[in-house]
Write a protein that binds this ligand. Structure first.
Ligand code: ATP
Ligand code: MN
Length: 465
């Protein structure tokens, strides 16, 4: 098979040679003296123009070349005299692979709403917007693997089906092969999960962290990059029921090392987007958000602000008392930061903010307890535009303290016995964090709804494609 990617052709100046391109027609115009056909093959946001002499092609063939149809064009690549493009293909043969009925093809006009495009998720990758977003999604995914590989991290595959319900990160989706109409029951009438496929209750994972820690306590530096599932009924532009998460876990890192790594990683990824996705970024910047590229540049150019939760509450309280801003929820030590609080802190410091030292009662059982016995070494990173992009912590590495937290929080000890054991055998200080991949993509693409940065979004009442 020999054909050229449009991206490669547009990047070359090697003219007057025979080439073949294959792709989808964006438009066809012209007529008598000459037909102009704009073709896009997904390799770049830019199209290549083919010119076809009506004398050489039948009317039937030309009639089939409509917006959305799939064609191959073979011909001479020449420098173009026309305005708007530097080169074009003088078509010699045209193959129609698939026609697209012009009266029913949904992507006829320009400027469809993102909401409408969500309803045609099978065709929206053909638009400039989603081509740009999904190419960037690929580049960010590659950059994540490269970042960690270059620093000696190993990619660990943690399970998607899990028997532990200890994370407490959200409602879970059950995995079962039991007959839902007639499940086997125990004497007391409750469902007998010992008869289920795995012989116990199982769910889709909400995080790979607990298993990731097992990896770090042997391989040193690991990261996971996999799908996670949360049955939270939150219909927000920042939550999906199925999303991808990157979770590095590092032996011998304390919470400060953890923050250093997270900041380095986020800056690396944003810089990677600036360096490798220029065409797509320019399009998104012009089309949706004139501040996008400037915002990306600002994030890589200065250090992230680091504050404690207590300092955060102080700032918010002062702001409230001085009536500089009204909050719907009163900032109060001991309560979780609300979206409006996170947004205010980011605004206040004019960039990303890393918050540490949260009250233990609002954080997960595995976070390392500080000497005050009240706060834990959690770390959240708040981003402009997004809110929380990363949640992480130094982990409790002391067996007795961890066990006490498990009991205090009514977690079934028997479901995490293996996790507890790592603190009995060769425990060490270690830390890690979780980056929501789609939250990162919201930031780098400037899209405002998380359903527009994943090809096939899963959200409440939404699993069509
Ligand atoms: P939030 O408060 O925004 O719901 P969380 O505290 O539940 O987040 P964590 O459990 O710490 O988040 O998960 C780590 C990261 O995963 C978050 O910082 C965020 O980037 C991402 N994330 C969490 N829940 C979702 C979701 N439902 N959809 C997409 N990304 C998510
Ligand atoms: Mn959540």
């Amino acid at each position: 098979m020999s054909y050229s990617k449009i991206k490669a052709l547009l990047g070359s100046t090697d003219f007057d040679r025979a080439v073949t391109v294959k792709g989808w027609v964006r438009s066809r115009r012209g007529g008598k003296p000459v037909w102009f056909i704009e073709i896009n093959d997904g390799s770049t946001i830019r199209n290549i123009q083919a010119v076809a002499d009506p004398a050489q092609f039948s009317e039937e063939l030309i009639a089939q070349i409509t917006t959305g149809s799939c064609i191959g064009v073979e011909g001479m690549l020449v420098a173009s005299q026309g305005k708007g493009q530097s080169m074009e293909i003088q078509a010699k043969t045209i193959t129609v692979y698939g026609t697209a009925d012009a009266t029913t093809y949904p992507l006829q006009k320009k400027g469809h709403s993102l909401e409408f495009l969500r309803e045609i998720a099978h065709l929206r990758p053909r638009t400039n917007t989603f081509g740009a977003v999904f190419r960037m999604r690929h580049h960010m995914s590659y950059a994540i693997h490269k970042f960690f590989n270059d620093r000696g991290f190993f990619n660990l595959h943690t399970p998607i089906i899990t028997g532990s319900d200890a994370e407490g990160a959200g409602e879970m989706f059950r995995v079962t092969t039991l007959d839902l109409k007639n499940p086997l029951r125990k004497e007391d009438g409750s469902i007998d999960f010992s008869q289920d496929f795995f012989g116990k209750e199982t769910n889709l994972t909400v995080s790979g962290q607990l298993e990731g820690e097992l990896g770090a306590l042997a391989l040193g530096l690991i990261y996971t990059f996999g799908p996670t599932f949360r049955a939270e009924n939150s219909n927000t532009p920042r939550h999906l029921a199925e999303f991808w998460m990157i979770e590095p876990e590092m032996a011998f890192y304390d919470v400060n090392d953890n923050m250093d790594l997270a900041e380095e990683m986020l800056k690396y990824l944003v810089q990677y987007a600036l360096d490798n996705c220029a065409d797509d970024l320019k399009f998104l910047n012009d089309m949706y958000d004139k501040e996008l590229i400037a915002r990306l540049q600002s994030v890589v150019s200065k250090p992230f602000t680091r504050i404690t939760y207590t300092q955060g509450i102080e700032i918010l309280t002062e702001t409230m008392l001085s009536k500089k801003k009204k909050f719907e929820y009163k900032p109060e030590w001991g309560a979780d930061l609300q979206k409006e609080h996170e947004n205010y802190l980011v605004e206040h410091f004019g960039g990303p903010v890393m918050v540490t030292g949260y009250p233990k009662k609002i954080k997960a059982f595995y976070m390392k307890l500080n000497d005050d016995n009240e706060t834990v070494r959690g770390m959240d990173i708040l981003f402009p535009w997004i809110g929380e992009i990363i949640g992480g912590s130094q982990r409790e590495d002391d067996y007795e303290k961890l066990l006490a937290r498990v009991k205090e929080m009514n977690i079934h000890e028997e479901s995490v016995w293996w996790y507890l054991e790592t603190r009995k055998f060769g425990s060490c200080p270690h830390s890690g964090f979780g980056l929501g991949f789609e939250r990162l993509l919201l930031f780098v693409t400037g899209m405002t709804n998380i359903r527009d940065v994943i090809p096939f979004p899963r959200a409440p009442k939404n699993a069509e494609f």
